[in-house]
Design a protein around this ligand. Structure first.
Ligand code: SF4
Length: 65
C-alpha cells in the first residue's frame, strides 16, 4: 500500500493521471486533479506510481510504505 499526496497548486489539468490511473485520480469541474483513493494497493499502487512519473507538473507524490 502507498499513500498519495498532491500539490494542487502545481496541477495544470493535463489529465495524464486520470488516463493512467482512473481508479485513483479524477478531475474536478475545472480539470484539476482529485484523489479518489489515497491509499491504493497492488495494481492500483503501480498505476499511481506511473501517474506520478508522467505528470508533467510534478503534482503527485507517491509515498512508499
Ligand atoms: S497529470 Fe498532473 S497536471 Fe495533469 S491533471 Fe494529473 S496531477 Fe494535474
Amino acid at each position: 500500500m502507498v499513500r498519495i499526496s498532491i500539490d494542487t497548486d502545481r496541477c495544470i489539468g493535463a489529465g495524464q493521471c486520470v488516463l493512467s490511473s482512473p481508479e485513483v485520480f479524477d478531475q474536478d469541474e475545472h480539470g484539476f486533479v482529485v484523489v479518489i483513493a489515497d491509499h491504493p494497493a497492488g495494481p492500483l499502487a503501480e498505476s499511481a506510481r506511473l501517474a506520478g512519473r508522467i505528470c508533467p507538473s510534478q503534482t503527485i507524490t507517491v509515498h512508499e510504505g
